[in-house]
Design a protein around this ligand. Structure first.
Ligand SMILES: [Zn+2]
Length: 320
């Protein structure tokens, strides 16, 4: 029989699914949580806070607000935002989260519920399975680097993803603890074969890549340098103001493990289709191979602060 805590968690998870249904049209793999919160007439702001403080939710009369720690990386802010939304949707009182406990084995019943809500809302079962398909891994063979890739696809933190995999009984609790302890850096290192850049997204073949401004996308393509062929973006060496082509020459020194791969630097938010072709630069013939890549670039920070009027009103409501 399910325990009391299990029942609380599954109730919260059902609420999350209900809200997703009510909002409708939520096909995105990266749940646009900030926009959703705003569309629910909830005030959303970020503020630099002590690292240990994740955020808080606030209810005053008919006003509902969420404030998130601006110091945290955005995938973490996104999850905290969903956690705070959980508190609001589930009718919990004003709540300050010093540390969002992502381990559903501990924490107060309300925290457990907010966590379960956030987990389901940000990583619905269908999205997790779709993500696994994109990576091309089956449940039983999941490695930490697969989990890292999946976290990037869903734009959630590595830890949040690991706990979701536990909830879905894809990995065990002990394994999740071990992965989280080793940290996302270890998973990333495994991908880049001991060579780590600060933000690395791996793109396998023709696909979509998701990243943030400042990320680098490694495009896994065959090197033909010996034959004089080179991969070049169609048009020019500057395909757009959004994505900068770093060329394969830069890569061989940076990522020996990715001999023949190339780097794209993501420099501005938005979506960009890039076509690259394999040509001999000195020849004016058709390319012998072309590849298309769609890169979705999220802004570095997607929450703007409230304007001054809203801020004053929120503060007044909170202190009255
Ligand atoms: Zn909480």
């Amino acid at each position: 029989m399910a325990s009391f805590r299990d029942r609380l968690a599954s109730q919260a998870s059902m609420e999350a699914n209900r809200l997703r249904e009510r909002i409708g049209d939520l096909e995105a793999m990266q749940v646009p949580i900030f926009n959703i919160v705003r569309s629910l007439q909830i005030w959303l702001m970020t503020q630099p806070m002590d690292w240990s403080l994740y955020g808080f939710s606030l209810i005053e009369g008919d006003v509902r607000g969420i404030c998130i720690n601006a110091q945290h990386p955005e995938p973490m802010q996104r999850f905290t935002c969903a956690h705070e939304l959980g508190h609001l949707v589930l009718g919990h009182k004003t709540n300050i989260d010093h540390s969002v406990n992502v381990d559903s084995a501990s924490g107060s019943p309300q925290e457990l519920q907010a966590q379960s809500f956030a987990s389901t809302f940000m990583m619905p079962v269908a999205n997790v399975y779709r993500g696994l398909k994109v990576i091309g891994t089956s449940e039983g063979q999941l490695s930490p680097s697969d989990a890292y890739r999946l976290a990037r696809i869903l734009d959630v933190s590595f830890a949040a993803l690991c706990w979701r995999l536990v909830e879905m009984e894809i990995i065990g609790r002990d394994l999740a603890r071990r992965w989280i302890r080793s940290g996302p850096a270890a998973a990333r290192r495994a991908i880049a074969d001991e060579v780590v850049t600060s933000d690395l997204t791996i793109l396998y073949g023709d696909a979509r890549a998701h990243g943030r401004v400042g990320d680098k996308v490694v495009v896994d393509i065959q090197d033909h340098a010996d034959s004089g062929y080179e991969w070049r973006p169609v048009g020019s060496r500057e395909p757009s103001s959004r994505v900068r082509w770093d060329g394969s020459a830069d890569v061989s020194s940076l990522l020996e493990a990715y001999e023949g791969s190339s780097l794209l630097s993501l420099t501005a938010a938005g979506e960009e289709d890039i076509t690259i072709e394999l040509v001999r630069p000195w020849e004016h013939r058709d390319a012998i191979e072309t590849r298309s890549i769609t890169v979705e670039v999220a802004p570095e920070h997607s929450i703007e602060l409230l304007d001054e009027t809203q801020r004053i009103a929120l503060r007044q409501r909170a202190s009255s």
